[in-house]
Design a protein around this ligand. Sequence first.
Ligand SMILES: [Zn+2]
Length: 120
Amino acid sequence: MDIIKTENYYRTLNGNRLCSCDYCRNYYKEVKETYPELSDYLVGMGVDVEKPFETMPLEPYEGIIEYIAVQYIVMGNATVFKSADVNGIHIDIANSHPETDIDEEHFVIEISPIRLKWTV
Ligand SMILES: [Zn+2]
């Protein structure tokens, strides 16, 4: 994986290219505060936790929402990537994901599960 290219990807990823549905907006708003160590871990890979590629939410229940999985793009190839667990969150290569429309070499990781307050 290429941390510098991944950092650049997230730096130039404009907020208006991100999904604006309630599930995603809630995720952007709550994830960093709820999971600071996970956020730091992803930063170490060049990934911005507030700019997911894809979220898979369940319906909010009693003020809590669970995302079965959330996916992120990482630039480069997956050879040095190792799956990990950070505070009970599993980080691994995504088995399947939507088209990314990125020409350069990249791969998609998946973190799961994520539980957040429902505040939007
Ligand atoms: Zn969305």
